[in-house]
Design a protein around this ligand. Structure first.
Ligand code: NDP
Length: 281
């Protein structure tokens, strides 16, 4: 048996077309959605991420305001800039690209963003909204993973989902979203004894560890859905995920590739959150 690929590029294209038409409708009403993307310093990977986000906005008809500041920008100056973007009615989402230079406290910065514009969903309030089931912004990567899982047509009620990883941005919110969708959820981490014992019981596995081959074919129940969040390089420098794709595709019913699975969905859900923010404003 060979698993069906869950194509994140195709699903992204479909959702981005929907986003573009909602953006056009808002623009026609004189309320073009706007996203501010702030980059502090010279981290080369951050430049690439920001460029991709800005380009995706432009393609969808969302106005993007890219603000680039030198690495020695003070925390106070950054907080003041965020305060003025919070007050700007033409801006519906504010994103500060991480990591920030060492002298700036990322928590202070994230908490300075108005909850109504926290389209990354990283603030304590946004996390609390997710935890308590209130309407807020969902963190983009787990939000995208849910869309990928939904695209298989599975009904999560009564299913067992295992999330590998417990970061605040991926693993924990992923577990909460699966729980909200009525799955029974297990969250594993580096302290979990016998990871395979848990994953072999799973109807859905989401791997988000940042370690190659965390999940191998012998750890997967036949017919399971496998979502691979990880971004790693193999010994030849080729991009790969956290799961042994070649082995697992012979066991699973559905699997996301890396690249082309979760990655494109993360930016798509950022655009979706920005549109939702503009519609609510
Ligand atoms: P973190 O490093 O913050 O968290 C990794 C988690 O994995 C931790 O909870 C850690 O456990 C757990 N872990 C590590 N090794 C093992 C192991 N051998 N067995 C079980 N659990 C383990 O990473 P992130 O959550 O931020 O990201 C995870 C991966 O997803 C990375 O590769 C990242 O690049 C990628 N990513 C991809 C995105 C995309 O758009 N495709 C977006 C965001 C992230 P513990 O808590 O005990 O240390």
């Amino acid at each position: 048996m060979s698993a069906q690929l869950i194509d994140g590029v195709a699903l992204s294209q479909k959702l981005r077309a929907e986003i573009a038409s909602r953006a056009a409708a808002l623009t026609a009403k004189g309320k073009q959605p706007g996203l501010a993307v702030i980059l502090v310093g010279d981290d080369p990977a951050s430049h690439v991420y920001v460029r991709n986000k800005v380009k995706a906005c432009e393609d969808a008809g969302i106005r993007s305001v890219k603000e680039q500041y030198p690495a020695d920008m003070t925390e106070q100056a950054l907080l003041e800039r965020i305060a003025s973007l919070n007050a700007d009615p033409s801006i519906h989402g504010i994103l500060v690209q991480m990591p920030l230079p060492k002298h700036i406290d990322p928590h202070q910065v994230i908490e300075a963003i108005a909850t109504t514009k926290d389209v990354d969903g990283y603030s304590v309030l946004s996390a609390g909204e997710l935890m308590t089931g209130l309407e807020g912004f969902l963190p983009c990567t787990p939000y995208g993973c849910m869309k990928l899982i939904e695209s298989t047509g599975v009904n999560l009620k009564g299913k067992h989902a295992v999330v590998i990883g417990r970061s605040n941005t991926v693993g924990k919110p992923m577990g909460l979203l699966l729980l909200q969708a009525n799955a029974t959820v297990t969250i594993c981490h580096s302290g979990t004894a016998d990871l395979g014992y848990h994953t072999r019981q799973a109807d859905i596995v989401v791997a988000a560890t940042g370690r190659r081959n965390t999940l191998t074919a012998d750890m997967v129940k036949p017919g399971a859905i496998v979502i691979d969040v990880g971004i790693n390089r193999d010994e030849n420098g080729k991009l790969c995920g956290d799961v042994d794709f070649a082995g697992i595709k012979e066991v699973a019913s559905h699997i996301t590739p890396v690249p082309g699975g979760v990655g494109p969905m993360t930016i798509t859900m950022l655009l979706m959150n920005t549109i939702e923010s503009a519609e609510r404003a």
